[in-house]
Ligand binder design. Sequence first.
Ligand SMILES: N[C@@H](Cc1c[nH]cn1)C(=O)NCC(=O)O
Length: 446
Amino acid sequence: MNPSRATLVWAAGVAAYLVAVTQRTTFGVAGLEATDRFSASASQLSVFTVVQLLVYAGLQVPVGVLVDRWGPRALIVTGGILMAVGQAQLAFADSVGAGIIGRLFVGAGDATTFISVLRLLPAWFEPRRIPVLTQWTGIIGQLGQVVSVIPFVALLSTFGWQPAFLSAAALSVIAVVLSVSVIRDSPVAGSERTTQTLRETGASLAEAWKQPGTRLGLWSHFTIQFPGTVFVLMWGYPYLVRAEKVGEGPASALMTLFVAVGIACGPLLGRYVGRHPLRRSTMVLAIAALMSGAWLAVLLYPGPAPLPLLTLLVVALAVGGPGSMIAFDFARTFNPAARMGTATGIVNIGGFMASLMTMFVIGVVLDLLLGSGFSQGDLYALASFRLAMAVQLVVLATGAIAIVSARRRVRRRMAEQGVVVPPLREALARERRRRREEKAARRRDS
Ligand SMILES: N[C@@H](Cc1c[nH]cn1)C(=O)NCC(=O)O
């Protein structure tokens, strides 16, 4: 395997993913302009995002199957073309319906990219490097949000709607050209595709679903991806500014901290996964507990929460982004390479479905509390937002129970194959002993 060729292929894939995240997030930063352009209400505008995310989540399994059949390069290129078409359509759209069609294309194109880039890793890199590379893929991809927030917003405010969205479309065209020229599915031509009949594809999908490791990945993604997504994509900013009254400056600083913590934690979690493959779900559960604890502390605090406590909350939520990448490691290691796209697609549905559902329920609770008079005319009153945000604790608890149950099944199957996971206490004692011995050996050598 040629290491520089592998890095180049991965870099082109990550660039395509970064561009996909940019396309995913451009509409979110153009809300005010969209309100004027389409003369749309807040709920009509939210349909744009909901449709886009629904299409994304709904296509994960079909796209996963197609990645296994056609290879990642074809899917990355198709996704780039779809996103370019979608953004160009949105650039010229002047009605809500036409705009939504544009976002539909963007959601579909976005759906193909991430799974395909992850599918490149086992073909090009040694297994021991994959957990860290998976984390870097997620981290660098998330920087696409920065492209939306800085250059895209600058284009939008300087040149207006059409030039900004046409520039975004052009970015996807560049990504397509780069992908066609650089990405190859594997160092050995054709070896990464499966030539299955439709019946075999169905059977492979059923196998991926029946594998308890895939479901452990799905529930892990479900449980720790959604709190950060809900916070950043929808409710975090109004909660901080309108309910907790931290001010716009500190709220933006907390959002920036969210991105920084995600970047800092990714490689650490990648290293942890590489070193402790039998303790991945323990880490997922620990992150879920951290998030639940932070939310509980903030929600139970009498009156507006102090800034250090809100900072702790943002840090806890930010760990969920890179933490949720552990879920894809379950998909990869519990399924054969030929089924990895399908399994990754199944896993990736978890977090996006949980996010959509929770975003919606929080909005419904806020509306109900306003309608009932509880909010005293302020939709974003602190007492109301507290109750609405508490919905997340229910989703977190549901996810944690599902993880424990899926893990039990995984461990049972592993035991049948002769791999017994020792109890955590025993493993920690063994680790402490190993460290002591290493230290003593170092002292002897020096
Ligand atoms: N967990 C995210 C990616 C991530 C990595 N670090 C922070 N977020 C995820 O599920 N990504 C899927 C996608 O299509 O972006």
